[in-house]
Design a protein around this ligand. Structure first.
Ligand SMILES: C[S@@+](CC[C@H](N)C(=O)[O-])C[C@H]1O[C@@H](n2cnc3c(N)ncnc32)[C@H](O)[C@@H]1O
Length: 247
């Protein structure tokens, strides 16, 4: 069944993709809109609570702004806060992120466990990027905030990495844009490849649930079928969207 949380101003909230660190609204407004979305994820049984450390999040945001080389990103400040908060609350022991480009989306997830925004200890946080030069840049960026190596980026096809997992998976983040034939439809292939590893209660985050909804139609239909995923909510804080599903 289709469920959604939609911010009243989602279609007026806009970011320059080449200037992602600029503040778009007062902090308290950003906190409130993300909090409302988290509350819905709690009421749907996806998250146990909606509390996260705001100061730690700001430390994470500052480190990324200072240390990451980001040519462009579609991750808005609201989306960055939402993804960080979901990870800070769910605390996935093993996290896999597919299609991480320069690493900004990856660290929005992993930053809850490594670097100055860390609030828990994870076992493995792996970002996958198919273009070797982008994977190298992402790995360089990540090393600047996480000297431990718990968070790392590999150059590979995310379908293969997902299929080869030999451990439980607690959170999967999907952002790969595939090849000409599949485009973002590749989300479905990646999820299928590691579904058996996803633990009960495990979370899947799919970016672009709004602006790529057509290409993601099969994926969205599948995760919104409770025979496959227990519950799924389309969180619409900006024009990109994030489908949040739990097994
Ligand atoms: C559109 S970018 C994601 C950018 C991200 N939304 C942001 O705003 O920072 C998608 C990335 O997925 C990568 N990609 C495409 N197919 C992939 C695959 N099969 N495995 C891993 N990465 C893949 C592309 O090379 C590209 O860097």
């Amino acid at each position: 069944m289709k469920k959604e949380y939609r911010a009243a101003d989602w279609d007026r909230y806009r970011m320059d993709m080449r200037d992602p660190h600029r503040e778009l609204e007062p902090q308290e407004d950003e906190i409130a809109v993300v909090h409302a979305a988290l509350d819905m994820l709690v009421s749907e049984g996806i998250l146990p609570h909606s509390t996260y450390d705001h100061q730690k999040f700001l430390a994470h945001r500052a480190a990324v702004a200072e240390k990451f080389e980001i040519p462009w990103t579609a991750i808005t400040p609201r989306q960055q806060r939402l993804i960080y908060a979901i990870n800070a609350i769910a605390q996935p022991r093993h996290m896999l992120a597919a299609g991480v480009f320069c690493g900004n989306t990856f660290i929005s997830n992993a930053g809850a466990a490594v670097g100055p925004g860390a609030v828990y200890t994870a076992q493995s946080l792996v970002g996958v990027e198919i273009k070797p030069e982008e994977a190298e840049r992402a790995e360089r960026n990540v090393r600047r905030v996480d000297p431990t190596g718990v968070a790392r980026v590999v150059a590979a096809d995310a379908v293969d990495v997902a299929g080869d997992l030999d451990h439980d998976l607690h959170l999967l983040y999907l952002d790969a844009d595939g090849d000409a034939a599949r485009g973002k439809g590749i989300y479905f292939d990646i999820l299928q490849a590691c579904y058996r590893r996803l633990v009960p209660g495990g979370i899947v985050l799919a970016h672009n649930s709004v602006n790529c909804a057509e290409r993601l139609a099969s994926y969205l239909a599948w995760v919104r079928d409770s025979a496959n995923m227990r519950v799924s909510v389309n969180v619409i804080l900006d024009g990109e969207g994030l489908e949040v599903s739990a097994k």
